[in-house]
Design a protein around this ligand. Structure first.
Ligand code: ADP
Length: 683
């Protein structure tokens, strides 16, 4: 049933990044024309490139562009867009925006403003939920905000309790209170924070659950009074209240509990006159026994970041449902037609550096790709929802989430194995990401065994952030990967074709020192030295590697992209591997290995060529001049340092004497064979 009032053939997506791309993908398959909006920072972003039309809405800052209601509305009017999908974040839960669209006669793909308002205040929302028979965490959400009254309520609930700002969000104005003595100080602190952030000091109090899981239910309502739930997602793996890994269905969920939670979620939605896609978040507590108790936390009145895991297990396209509901149609299926097939995970790839306390990272993605076939992955089981492509810039203006990796398996174990394989196949270069951290999480025994709760990351801090231990195989592989890249650099750089200073094709001994990149600047003895001997003949040479007491026969075969196969004593392993500056990065489904790589067989040309002129052994850069011209030096004293092929070469005095002149300065580029300096040998 479609009413004409809701008809539209053009959809504007008031968002950016992966969600804008994802929404437009479905819109296109439904035959809709797509319009993107963009800030100056996004003029050539992926979502703009994918849209049929795009309109500039302002400068980079979100509050001057993606959050500007009038700019978005006028972009819709200018392009004849009959509807706007808000994505998540930005204007997605902004009642004023919905009202502005109503006035302009543009369809909002989402709930009515009244439903957004009903869930905007935590205390008011709890009162309505209690009314609808949705279970709440034991607590107080009343109007009496007198200090003594709040303290008395906390005493009754019994400690620990959680103080929450009624108007709060994003974890602000929220504190755990362990005992009555600390109550007043915590209350004062929360009020101050809430006043600063939300301009409101009202508080609610809840029993603090010590090991809850975050389990949320996807609901859907149409404008004809129908509502269904599309089962649950477990989003317990969070870092500072931010979800990192999500899955559906929730491990350990029983059919009766699923039905009970699902029905409670639909009641919650109907209570507030909900229309469209929504998520009812619950805390699920198994501490009182096998059955599990669940408590309403909040309702998100939009499409969630993690909606794809629900799509994977139900086979439904939630964005299509959203658009159909917005067009006035009824829900496409009834509750008893929905079933769960298999298991799904989602991992959020952020441009951030886990080594620097997850500081957002910026830069240009020199490579962003995933070779499904090479990694033996079934394209039907792996989905990459991405806002970026190779060559795109990652700026500091917006959320650092680059993409979401979503996988499906027949069961949880199979889905998890696929997730680990897919994480390893993701080839991201140029911008630091949390991929290695995601791999640590997804390969963690506690996660494998589904020992989930919202403090999972905190609880496993020691193992998740433990320094990496390296095996002989890691050192051996890294030594070869670094050498292989060096050889390729030599081949592609024409001066090297003429004169191979590296002499890969001749029998040769090369020494590589490797250590944890975190200690690369230290004078320490944690280094491993790999002695590489052998001759390279095309790509199939056999090398002999010596590491301490161990000797290995090794070879390296380049595969597609950055993939290589390293064979050590007849054991072949496939890796994504590259050298990033001085760090070799190797990724496989068990995780990421990074090793600082350095050649230490520095050729001391001073000793080898006791000539009065010193020539550059290879094309490179002068790093430093170490002596003053004219100053007397003894034989063997370092005169000059140059860098080539990622290693330093020291030119030493060939005999006692003095430098008459240097022909280059620090920073100059020198060609192979160039005379570097004039040296006068002492008579
Ligand atoms: P916000 O709106 O600020 O994000 P929420 O009420 O959604 O606040 O809670 C955020 C997170 O805090 C939840 O995902 C959960 O991990 C934790 N949390 C909330 N309420 C409780 C509680 N009563 N007991 C234990 N943890 C809680």
């Amino acid at each position: 049933m479609t009413s004409d009032i809701h008809k539209f053939d053009t959809l504007l997506v008031a968002n950016r990044g992966e969600i804008a791309c994802r929404v437009m993908r479905t819109a296109r398959t439904m035959g809709l024309r797509t319009v993107a909006v963009y800030s100056d920072a996004d003029a050539s972003a992926r979502h703009v490139r994918q849209a049929d039309e795009a309109v500039r809405i302002g400068p980079a800052a979100a509050r001057e562009s993606y959050l500007k209601i009038d700019a978005v509305v006028s972009a819709a009017q200018r392009t004849g867009a009959g509807a706007i999908h808000p994505g998540y974040g930005f204007l997605s839960e902004n009642g004023a925006f919905v009202e502005a669209l109503d006035q302009a006669g543009i369809v909002f793909v989402g709930p009515p403003a009244s439903a957004i308002a009903a869930m905007g205040d935590k205390s008011a929302a709890k009162a309505r939920m209690a009314n609808a028979g949705v279970p709440l965490v034991p607590g107080y959400h009343g109007d009496d905000q007198d200090d003594a009254r709040l303290k008395a309520e906390a005493d009754t609930i019994s400690y620990p309790v959680l103080l929450k700002a009624s108007r709060g969000g994003g974890g602000k104005g929220m504190r755990v209170v362990e005992s009555g003595e600390n109550f007043q100080a915590a209350l004062d602190g929360c009020r101050r924070e809430s006043q600063a952030a939300f301009g409101d000091t009202r508080m609610l109090i809840e029993k603090y659950l010590t090991q809850p899981r975050h389990v949320e239910v996807q609901v859907f309502c149409d404008s004809h009074g129908n509502g269904v739930y599309l089962f649950e997602r477990d989003c317990s793996v969070q870092r500072r209240h931010q979800k990192v890994l999500e899955e559906a269905p929730a491990p350990g969920m029983t059919a009766p509990l699923r039905r009970e939670m699902g029905e409670a979620a639909v009641r919650a939605a109907k209570e507030i006159g909900y229309v469209g896609a929504g998520t009812v978040e619950f805390l699920l507590d198994f501490s009182q026994g096998q059955d599990g108790s669940f408590y309403f936390m909040e309702m998100n009145t939009r499409l969630q970041v993690e909606h794809p895991v629900t799509e994977m297990i139900t086979g439904q396209d939630l964005v299509e449902w959203q658009l159909r509901v917005a067009m006035g149609e009824t829900l496409p299926v009834a509750q008893d037609e929905l079933t769960i097939t298999g298991h799904s995970f989602e991992a959020r790839l952020y441009a951030e550096d886990p080594e620097l306390d997850f500081l957002p990272a910026t830069g240009t993605l020199t490579r962003f790709a995933m070779d499904l076939e090479g990694a033996g992955l079934n394209p039907k089981r792996v989905r990459l929802d991405s806002g970026v492509e190779t060559g795109d810039a990652v700026s500091m203006h917006y959320d650092p989430m680059l993409a979401k990796l979503i996988v499906h398996g027949d069961d949880r174990a199979q889905a998890l194995a696929t997730l680990n394989r897919a994480l390893a196949a993701l080839d991201v270069q140029g911008v630091v990401t949390n991929r290695a951290f995601l791999q640590r999480l997804a390969t963690h025994p506690g996660f494998r065994d589904a020992e989930l709760d919202t403090r999972f990351i905190e609880r496993h801090d020691a193992t998740l952030f433990a320094p990496r231990l390296y095996s002989i195989e890691d050192y051996a592989s890294a030594a070869l990967v670094g050498l292989n890249q060096l050889a390729h650099e030599c081949e592609s750089d024409s001066p090297w074709d003429r004169h191979d200073g590296f002499r890969l094709n001749a029998p040769h001994t090369i020494r590589i020192a490797l250590c944890d990149p975190a200690y690369a600047q230290d004078e320490d003895d944690s280094e491993a030295v790999v002695v590489v001997e052998g001759a390279r003949e095309r790509d199939d040479a056999l090398w002999t590697l010596t590491i301490g007491d161990a000797t290995l026969t090794a070879s390296l075969q380049p595969l597609a992209g950055d993939a290589v196969a390293v064979t050590l004593d007849g054991h072949r392993r496939r890796l994504q591997a590259r050298r990033d500056g001085n760090v070799v990065v190797m990724v496989d489904p068990r995780g990421e290995t990074r090793l600082f790589w350095r050649r230490i067989d520095a050729i001391d040309h001073g000793h080898h060529e006791a000539e009065s002129t010193l020539t550059a052994p290879m094309h490179g850069t002068v790093v430093a001049l170490l002596v003053e011209p004219g100053a007397h030096v003894e034989k063997g004293i370092p005169l000059m340092v140059m860098e080539a092929m990622k290693m330093e070469h020291t030119m030493s005095a060939p005999a006692d004497g003095h430098v008459e002149s240097f022909h280059f300065q620090a920073g100059d580029t020198v060609g192979q064979g160039d005379v570097l300096l004039e040296f006068a040998i002492k008579e």
